[in-house]
Ligand binder design. Structure first.
Ligand SMILES: *[C@@H]1O[C@H](CO)[C@@H](O)[C@H](O)[C@H]1NC(C)=O
Ligand SMILES: *[C@@H]1O[C@H](CO)[C@@H](O)[C@H](O)[C@H]1NC(C)=O
Ligand SMILES: *[C@@H]1O[C@H](CO)[C@@H](O)[C@H](O)[C@H]1NC(C)=O
Ligand SMILES: *[C@@H]1O[C@H](CO)[C@@H](O)[C@H](O)[C@H]1NC(C)=O
Ligand SMILES: *[C@@H]1O[C@H](CO)[C@@H](O)[C@H](O)[C@H]1NC(C)=O
Ligand SMILES: *[C@@H]1O[C@H](CO)[C@@H](O)[C@H](O)[C@H]1NC(C)=O
Length: 503
């Protein structure tokens, strides 16, 4: 008896194993492996080892991500004339037979093969995908590609190869892919631009080469791509930009050079980039910026210079930048902002980040006499300011938040917080609450405005308490500096609070 039960179970198991898995219909008393409806079949994370059968012919989106599929045989996607998105990401696909995608000719637009185990791609696998627009091949192990591999992809705009092992492209690999505009190649093994750029169509709009060990670039490196608008060169081990390195890039709008080893920015490295809108130089070792560099780019909206070694800024560095929205200068070594009119032209600026520098004083009128009608956020915490002059933050009609904590302030006056009629949108000015704030309690309107808007964030026993809620004699003259034990104590306090809440 027992034996026959085992026998039966074994038979059932074998039957289930041998039968192809049905996508949407239920098999016997089992349930379908996918959720199906209105043109979408989703078989995510279903432990599938093969593409299931019986996918309804009207399917437009087929999600097979997160399974254990290892190979795609020829014609596996037959009979799906409307399929436009096929997601095969997060499987273990190491082999794709020529013909696997043939049935999807004329309909497929998006093909996602991210995070699989592809080492190479057979020539001809995409031969019938004439309408494909986006091809994603991120995080595979592709190293060499043959010339004809993309033949047939007559409509592809974008191919992403992030996180593969590509070092070079055969010169004619994209010659049959005229519409290609965006290529993503971060985290590959490219060492020389000469191994890659000659293969790319000259109409490229976006090129991402971040995370390749390119080293220093030659002059005119990208001059063959006059329409290039977005250029990513982050983490490329670049320490110097030669003269005219970006020559000919008159359409350049986004330039990413963050996380390199640059020590200076010189005028002559750049050309006429009249559309330049975003530059990212963050996390380099930049100690010097040549005068006039940014002013040549009238459309600049965003300058990222955080985490560098700047001790000073050249005079007039932000002149003419009337469209600038955000400047990041935090985590440098700025000691002063010598030029009191450095921000004078920034009529569109929303945010100025200046925290974690060593700024000792603010020139009189640096904000209040600039024309900053849109400034919302100003961060000055973790600096070395000892005095905030009355009226420093006046004439900022849109200001919402000012961070001043962790400065060794000794002298502040009633005019530290801009008045209600001038800056009605002010939400808070955060500060370290030490005995040096005691004079503020006698200011006119302390209870209604100054004491209401000034928020303590240090020391921790007054964390996030309005100044008017802290009694004057509780303020001690300790150093304002960030105290590690303060934070440890705070974490313990929060943990204890949680424990009590749970209990
Ligand atoms: C290739 O795609 C076309 C539609 O563009 C289709 O008619 C043809 O049958 C496909 N070829 C194969 C071998 O499936
Ligand atoms: C970066 O480039 C320099 C040459 O400019 C080279 O000596 C160094 O090994 C490179 N760094 C890395 C991490 O490969
Ligand atoms: C600039 O690069 C840094 C990394 O160094 C990144 O955190 C930041 O988001 C980037 N900013 C912009 C505007 O791209
Ligand atoms: C850098 O460019 C600015 C503006 O174009 C110019 O005023 C300045 O003299 C230039 N600096 C040098 C050293 O050429
Ligand atoms: C700012 O623009 C004016 C007029 O367009 C120009 O004369 C001046 O040289 C520019 N300033 C800088 C620093 O480029
Ligand atoms: C601010 O002004 C008041 C009186 O108007 C003055 O007593 C105080 O010293 C000033 N504070 C600073 C920091 O300039």
């Amino acid at each position: 008896m027992a034996i026959s039960v085992w026998g039966l179970l074994l038979t059932i198991t074998i039957t289930v194993q041998a039968q192809p898995q049905l996508a949407c219909e239920s098999v016997g008393d089992g349930s379908p492996v996918c959720s199906c409806g209105s043109g979408r079949v989703s078989c995510k994370d279903a432990d599938l080892t093969h593409v299931p059968t019986d996918i309804p012919p009207d399917t437009e989106t087929l999600e097979l991500s997160g399974n254990k599929i290892t190979s795609l045989p020829a014609m596996v996607f037959d009979g799906l004339p409307l399929l436009s998105t096929l997601d095969l990401s997060d499987n273990k696909i190491s082999s794709i037979e020529v013909g696997a995608f043939d049935g999807l000719g004329g309909s497929l637009k998006n093909l996602k093969l991210n995070n699989n185990e592809l080492v190479s791609l057979k020539e001809g696998i995409f031969r019938n995908l004439t309408t494909l627009e986006y091809l994603y091949l991120k995080d595979n192990m592709i190293s060499t590609l043959q010339s004809g591999v993309f033949r047939g992809l007559l409509g592809v705009f974008k191919i992403s190869f992030d996180g593969n092992s590509i070092a070079s492209f055969p010169a004619d690999i994209f010659s049959d892919v005229p519409p290609l505009r965006t290529i993503e190649l971060p985290r590959n093994r490219i060492k020389s631009l000469d191994d890659i750029l000659p293969a790319l169509p000259s109409n490229m709009i976006s090129l991402d080469l971040s995370g390749n060990n390119l080293g220093n670039l030659p002059a005119g490196a990208f001059s063959g791509f006059p329409r290039l608008s977005s250029l990513h060169l982050s983490s490329c081990n670049i320490s110097d930009l030669p003269q005219d390195v970006f020559l000919g890039l008159s359409s350049l709008a986004y330039l990413y050079l963050n996380d390199n080893d640059l020590v200076e920015l010189r005028n002559n490295s750049f050309g006429a980039h009249r559309r330049l809108a975003i530059v990212n130089f963050s996390n380099n070792k930049i100690a010097r910026i040549e005068e006039g560099l940014f002013s040549r780019f009238p459309r600049l909206a965003n300058i990222a210079l955080q985490s560098n070694q700047l001790t000073s800024l050249p005079p007039r560095v932000f002149d003419n930048l009337s469209r600038l929205r955000e400047i990041r200068l935090e985590k440098n070594k700025l000691e002063s902002l010598d030029d009191a009119s450095i921000f004078k032209d920034l009529e569109s600026i929303w945010i100025i980040y200046l925290q974690e520098n060593n700024i000792k004083s603010l020139p009189s009128g640096i904000f209040s006499e600039a024309n900053l009608p849109n400034l919302k956020l100003l961060t000055l915490h973790y600096n070395s300011l000892t005095v905030i002059e009355n009226g420093t933050f006046d004439n900022l009609p849109s200001i919402q938040t000012i961070y001043l904590q962790h400065n060794p302030l000794e002298q502040v006056g009633c005019g530290m917080v801009p008045s209600k009629d001038k800056s009605a949108s002010l939400e808070r000015l955060t500060i370290s609450c030490t005995c040096h704030l005691k004079p503020l309690y006698d200011c006119p309107g302390f209870d209604d405005w100054l004491g209401e808007k000034t928020i303590c964030v240090s020391p921790i026993w007054v964390w996030r308490v309005k100044l008017k809620g802290v009694s004057r004699d509780k303020l001690v003259c300790s150093r304002a500096g960030a105290n590690r034990t303060d934070w440890i104590a705070l974490v313990i306090l929060l943990l204890l609070c949680n424990l009590f809440i749970i209990a």
